[in-house]
Design a protein around this ligand. Structure first.
Ligand code: URP
Ligand code: ZN
Ligand code: ZN
Length: 470
């Protein structure tokens, strides 16, 4: 079956132009100048034509940081692969890269196999997996090599969460040396977890046990110190490094210094750090702030973090926007920390809203249209070894395509979102544009306000090495 998307403005990471996109089966076969449909008609015509007049036609979003059903603090993230990928599709994301987790003392291979089995047959869109290495030992290091060969080419380590996920500096260095040898990309949760836990215990001891104190004790200095340390270890280990969910100006400064020295250091931020802050979201009356407990935390609005993050997105010191989608309901999940913020599961739900939230950056004059596509689709695909299959509209690429209406303001609410969360962190936010039509490998999965996808249609994608390795 052939499908022609005509009349729209095709936006890529290099610019925008009127063009027509021809799809055959699951693949894009041509991106044509306007009017070329006459030639297609002469050849017998496309089976289906989609009118994209006044719409942007963009590559499907690639969200390289999600945690469906993630085990954390005695519970599991509330979106499963089924519900989370469906919500992602509604929001114009057609590929996620989620995580398999090796818990302390566990075997990497067994953990990976179990996670892959959990995802298979469940996803509405294509997906890949990173591997969290929670216990860097000889066996785990060897398994990293095998996983790279199998399309799992990135590994997350934690400098936070002592006793759960934290790796010490020696373990981090060993994992980096291994990645340097096998071409894998090391992703780092860069926060000094041991120091955070000291301040957290002191806060609770003096009675400061509400959600806002989660933000106060996870100080920006701890993020910047860990970011600096990770960069130095990566230099010694000769490994590329990708800092996840960066939120503090000081940490961004460390990334910029390393990049200015020519190091292969990259970083992502997330919509919540660009639009929310400690005072307005975390520091709300009662337990409301728990909705916004995530790590790294939302930062104070008085220190220019957000302005600096936007600058970083323009200078490319921040090269990806992901969501770190890791939702927990208020009822029975976030509520676990009613008396002590340390027991609030850390995480933020937003896989459905990334494309819309970052499009605001275009209308607010922070980034260009092309940069929006680059941050949300093209660079994540290149960073995580998915390009050019994903992240770009060009012949040979998967037909993962979004028709975006830039003139359709609407207001986000728990009543209209599709994520499995009993609140919306974005409640009441009015965004200027809307995802209207979504294709996943040539299949129309969202159209006319209807979800037409199916669980199980999403495939596991064996990823190559990052395009940014040198
Ligand atoms: O608060 C967060 N970010 N939860 C998810 C786990 C992680 O550290 O990415
Ligand atoms: Zn993390
Ligand atoms: Zn995460």
């Amino acid at each position: 079956m052939t499908l022609l998307i005509k009349g729209g403005t095709v936006v890529s990471s290099t610019g925008a132009s009127l063009a027509e996109v021809l799809v055959d089966g699951e693949t894009i076969v041509a991106v044509l100048s306007p009017g070329c449909d006459a030639a297609i008609a002469a050849e017998g015509g496309a089976t289906r034509v989609i009118d994209a007049t006044d719409r942007y036609v963009i590559p499907g979003g690639v969200d390289v940081h999600t945690h469906m059903s993630f085990p954390f603090g005695g519970t599991f993230a509330s979106d499963t692969f089924e519900t989370g990928t469906r919500a992602a599709a509604w929001g114009g994301t057609t590929t996620i890269v989620d995580f398999a987790t090796q818990a302390y003392g566990k075997n990497v291979r067994e953990c990976f196999d179990a996670r892959l089995a959990e995802a298979q047959g469940e996803c509405a869109i294509d997906y890949g997996l990173h591997m969290i290495i929670g216990d860097v030992q000889d066996d785990a290091l060897k398994e990293m090599d095998r996983l790279v060969d199998e399309g799992v080419s990135s590994f997350k380590l934690f400098m936070a969460y002592p006793g759960v996920f934290l790796s010490d500096d020696g373990q981090i260095l060993r994992a980096m040396q291994q990645a340097a040898g096998n071409g894998g990309l090391l992703m780092m949760h860069a926060e000094n977890g041991l120091a955070i836990d000291v301040l957290a215990a002191q806060a609770v001891e003096r009675g400061d046990s509400g959600p806002v104190h989660h933000g106060y004790v996870r100080r920006a200095e701890f993020e910047s110190e860990a970011t600096h340390r990770a960069i130095q270890l990566a230099k010694v280990g000769a490994a590329p490094l990708y800092i996840v969910h960066l939120s503090a100006s000081e940490a961004l400064e460390q990334v910029a210094i390393a990049r200015n020295k020519g190091m292969n250091v990259f970083a992502e931020t997330c919509p919540q750090y660009l639009y929310f802050n400690l005072e307005d979201q975390l520091d709300q009356p009662g337990f409301e702030g728990a909705k916004y407990v995530c790590s790294t935390p939302l930062r104070t609005k008085h220190e220019h973090h957000q302005a600096d993050l936007w600058t970083g997105l323009r200078t490319n010191d921040l090269s990806v926007v992901s969501t770190d989608h890791c939702p927990f309901c208020m009822k029975e999940q976030k509520e676990m920390g009613l008396d002590d913020f340390r027991a609030i599961p850390n995480g933020f739900g937003g896989v459905e809203h990334r494309i819309d939230m970052i499009y605001q950056g275009v209308t607010q004059g922070e980034i260009s249209l092309a940069r929006w596509v680059e941050l949300c689709a093209t660079t994540p695909a290149r960073m995580m070894g998915l390009y050019p299959r994903k992240g770009v509209l060009q012949p040979g690429s998967d037909a993962d395509i979004v028709l975006y209406n830039p003139n359709h303001p609407w207001t986000i609410s728990v009543d209209n979102h599709h994520m499995n969360i009993d609140y919306s962190a974005y409640e009441g936010v009015t965004v200027p544009g809307k995802v209207e039509t979504v294709l996943s490998r040539g299949r129309v999965i969202v159209e006319g306000g209807q979800y037409l996808g199916r669980k199980g249609d999403g495939q596991f994608i064996r990823r190559g090495l990052s395009s940014y390795l040198i």
